[in-house]
Design a protein around this ligand. Structure first.
Ligand SMILES: Cc1cc2nc3c(=O)[nH]c(=O)nc-3n(C[C@H](O)[C@H](O)[C@H](O)COP(=O)(O)OP(=O)(O)OC[C@H]3O[C@@H](n4cnc5c(N)ncnc54)[C@H](O)[C@@H]3O)c2cc1C
Length: 373
């Protein structure tokens, strides 16, 4: 055997699982198709929102709180910026079901927060304009994660704990035999007792049976250069997500004192394979995003300073897939545009499942076996 566990894909969750496994005494080989840190991963793009008041459902709160504790520990012991506790404002109509989920999440764990009426929101955060019947909740546990430095730090910890992480090591296929899993690479075949597939948008190539349950969706990120960056300093401008009628925008205060990330959740159209991802927005797309953001946040100019396009892999119910799909293969995928914040919890779950330990959380909702039903 080359390892107890081979982890395929060293994005955030795969790297975290490698760290956990090594800390638990397993011999771990992590294989990453590209360099260990790269711009094609779903984690690329400077920042990721962490929210505890969760639009997607209060049942995620235990996983979110466990993840936040782990992020803070990692940040405390690291020189690199990992977590900016900016808070996150959820802005939307009081009747919006997502705001109802926010209220339920807050109640589920007594999450510290402040609520704002439309008038209070306008007075406290005048950067947000064009408010109709929008109210807001400031989730005080929310913030902005720094994905590139976080993944680097997690990989550093994994290596220090004994994991062997190899960049530029693509896996071509996996095959389960009676007593092992064979992992085929261009350099030859490796064997392990267990395999974790954590391959993001490339997962269906290794696990074709999941293909019809997963869809690759592009997500664009856009940054603006305000005339007054101090209006967008974390001290006065929390990260936010805002539902304004059909327009859904999200953003992060300036982390470098000059650029502000403010994105637009548009329906860009699904793609059928990672290599078909168009990395640039068209002029028309840039103009529309810029106009909408400028209308809602006039302190951000009508003109995009920089942009990038990435992709994540989605399930139809937007619920992640974490679990064993056969005796020796565990998968973590389908994070549906929301996975980064859960990295510690998802990494721990993947490691627990591969080692045959009972996970700390009830994750029956995430099981890949729901597809069979
Ligand atoms: C633009 C954008 C914004 C987002 N915003 C947020 C946010 O604000 N908050 C949040 O929580 N989440 C957010 N997400 C979602 C989150 O970033 C993703 O859900 C998460 O990063 C996915 O992680 P992953 O490990 O599945 O994939 P990845 O990070 O892509 O990792 C998969 C890795 O596997 C490697 N790999 C693939 N195939 C192979 C192979 N055959 N052999 C070896 N290695 C292989 C890849 O090279 C890659 O490094 C966002 C996503 C995007 C795209």
């Amino acid at each position: 055997m080359d390892a107890d566990v081979i982890v395929i894909g060293l994005g955030a969750a795969g790297s975290y699982a490698s760290w956990n496994l090594a800390c638990n005494g397993a011999s771990v080989l992590g294989l990453e198709a590209q360099s260990l840190i790269h711009d094609d991963g779903a984690y690329a793009g400077e920042s990721r929102l962490f929210r505890a008041a969760y639009h997607e459902g209060a049942h995620y709160v235990p996983l979110l709180l466990a993840s936040r504790r782990a992020w803070l520990e990692l940040a405390d012991e690291s020189l690199a910026p990992i977590f900016h506790p900016t808070g996150v404002l959820s802005i939307g109509s009081p009747a919006d079901p997502r705001m109802e989920q926010v209220r339920r999440s807050l109640a589920a764990a007594d999450i510290p927060h402040t609520t704002f009426t439309t008038a209070e929101l306008a007075a406290r955060y005048p950067q947000h304009q064009g408010l109709s019947d929008e109210i807001a909740v400031l989730d005080e546990l929310g913030g902005a994660l720094r994905p590139e430095s976080a993944v680097t730090e997690i990989q550093r910890r994994a290596t220090a704990a004994g994991a062997e992480l190899r960049g530029n090591s693509p896996v071509l296929s996996i095959e389960e035999t009676g007593d092992a899993v064979r992992v085929v690479t261009p350099e030859g075949t490796l064997t392990a007792k267990q395999v974790i597939v954590s391959a993001g948008i490339w997962t269906p190539m290794l696990l074709p049976t999941l293909d019809r349950h997963l869809t690759i969706k592009p997500i664009a990120l856009t940054w603006f250069a305000p005339q007054n960056p101090s209006d967008f300093d974390p001290a006065v401008f929390p990260a936010f997500i805002r539902d304004h009628g059909a327009v859904h925008i999200f953003g992060v205060p300036t982390l470098d004192g000059s650029l502000v990330k403010a994105g637009y959740d548009a329906k860009w159209g699904d793609i059928d394979a990672p290599e078909h991802l168009e990395r640039r927005l068209s002029a028309a797309e840039r103009a529309k995003i810029s106009r909408d953001i400028h209308t809602l946040i006039p302190g951000l100019p009508d003109g995009i300073a920089k942009h990038s396009v990435h992709a994540d892999i989605f399930t139809a119910d937007k619920t992640p897939v974490i679990g064993r799909i056969s005796d020796r293969v565990t998968v973590g995928t389908g994070y549906s545009g929301h996975g980064f914040k859960f990295t510690p919890a998802f990494g721990d779950l993947l490691a627990d499942i591969a080692l045959g330990r009972t996970p700390e959380f009830d994750i029956s909702r995430l099981s890949p076996h729901r597809f069979a039903a």
